[in-house]
Design a protein around this ligand. Structure first.
Ligand code: THU
Length: 138
């Protein structure tokens, strides 16, 4: 992924964060995923009065992309707190692993973001081979 694409992805995640529906946590998160052809899909967290029914920004962004027919991605950006770096939660890491998203960008704002190797975010992941063999990796 090019530097300008990373910056565009961060901008899209920050824009999506504005629509976060967070009446319970007050913790808005936005995410943007970059398809192979350069198209960007976004998501925000959408909470619910029945707390576990809430959905994270990352999974909403990935779900939106998959709905549009995308399953191959260059990267994903996440924008949560503007005071610290919001890392994807465990469930989102599992979904990031599902699609082998190679780059995970975590942004505080337009100018401050960290870039992580997506393949390192969920060590010893439960993956397709585990279903076949019934074994765990590592
Ligand atoms: N949240 C996300 O949207 N993504 C993450 O990876 C971390 C957590 C949301 C879930 C909930 O709406 C709020 O942040 C507080 O946990």
């Amino acid at each position: 992924m090019m530097g300008n694409e990373a910056a565009a992805l961060v901008s899209a995640a920050l824009a999506a964060r504005k629509n976060a529906y967070v009446p319970y946590s007050g913790y808005p998160v936005g995410a943007a995923v970059l398809g192979e052809d350069g198209n960007i899909f976004t998501g925000c967290n959408v909470e619910n009065v029945s707390y576990p029914a809430g959905m994270c920004a990352e999974r909403n962004a990935i779900g939106s992309a998959v709905t549009a027919g995308y399953t191959s991605f260059q990267g994903i950006a996440v924008a949560g707190s503007d005071k610290g770096f919001t890392m994807p939660c465990g469930i989102c890491r599992q979904v990031i692993a599902e699609f082998h998203i190679p780059v995970v960008i975590v942004a505080k704002d337009e100018d401050h973001y960290k870039i992580f190797d997506g393949s390192k975010l969920l060590p010893h992941a439960f993956e397709e081979g585990c279903l076949k063999t019934g074994e765990r990796n590592g």
